[in-house]
Design a protein around this ligand. Sequence first.
Ligand code: AMP
Length: 395
Amino acid sequence: MRTIDDFNFRNRKALIRVDFNVPLDENSQITDDTRLRAAIPTIKKIIDEGGAVILMSHLGRPKTGPEEKYSLKHIVADLSEKLGVSVHFANDCIGDEAQEKAKALGNGEVLLLENVRFYPEETKGDEAFAEKLASLGDIYVNDAFGTAHRAHASTTIAAKFFADKCCGYVMQQELVNAEKVLGEPTRPFTAIMGGAKVSDKILIIDRLLDVADNLIIGGGMSYTFSKAKGGNIGKSLLEADKMDLTKELEAKAKAKGVNLILPVDTVIADDFDKDANKKTVPAGQIPDDWQGLDIGPETIKLFSETIKNSKTILWNGPMGVFEFPAFAVGTEAIAKSLVSATEKGAFSLIGGGDSASAINNLGYGDKVSYVSTGGGALLEYMEGKVLPGVAALEE
Ligand code: AMP
């Protein structure tokens, strides 16, 4: 696959699919600009080289057509400031206004198109709509890793109308970093899986058993493993229909020589509430009316020892209900262990979603090797699926 460094953009109009799906508050103010900041190097490289940039993105989930709160005009001021260039805005992503503004765009200038999801054709991957988008530029750049697992018009279908196409820096970094973990990881390689459900992560756990040296399982999903071994888990999260599967995963780990590490103790609560009464019990010994909401102190020690001795670490999913401060202790401790391991030279990759927010909220975002911007896309990539947005650039 070609990257933007394989092209010179002088006198060219680059149509870039970015991921500007940023959270906005009720006053349409950006509450987390991570995705905007991430896109800057790609845009800058092109305008600095003397090219013009046309940006397309989605924002939120508009239902049937334009919705004021999902208008990308809300981000124009912030984007202009970050780029040091006054960004033009088109009130539509196709049609006369978009055409004219794209045509009039000079080298070094930037045009942001209105939300592509104001057209249902976007998520349907409609060809005619994709062709209209494609007509605005003469080289296609995809830098939206977070939506690369969707075969939408702007993320995938538009690519086929270009002879020149490539990935931007965000996409490139995401793929390079995922490969550092899945390709030839420096050993020992430890994968840490947490979060609510086994069912969401079966495929990735299965794949990780082929490459990891240690597989740590924490969070809500660990109780299904515990129950399958005959433990008492009280009212903890359980996917009863996945109990057999956890046994199969344990058997596979054994056959492959992977060290599968489960919690040895758990912090339990008498209610699913931030102020619930809590205590610590050994794993598999949870009283009937209680539920496990975090890993316990012995588990923290056990997991941290393994993490600190690792050279490659992948983390996806919190160790407990980290939204409640009283049950965020395990997740925070694991984040700290990752930081220590990274300081000692390990490569640490945080798979998007909740573990990324946990790391960022703790202020550790720049103390680990890489925090992925693409939750679902990264998981699908790690499951071994071909991402349509990536495949479209390779054709
Ligand atoms: P996921 O999206 O699968 O990574 O799951 C993240 C969610 O799992 C978070 O909202 C956590 O609150 C939740 N979670 C983690 N551990 C537990 C647990 N022991 N019981 C209930 N929910 C949990």
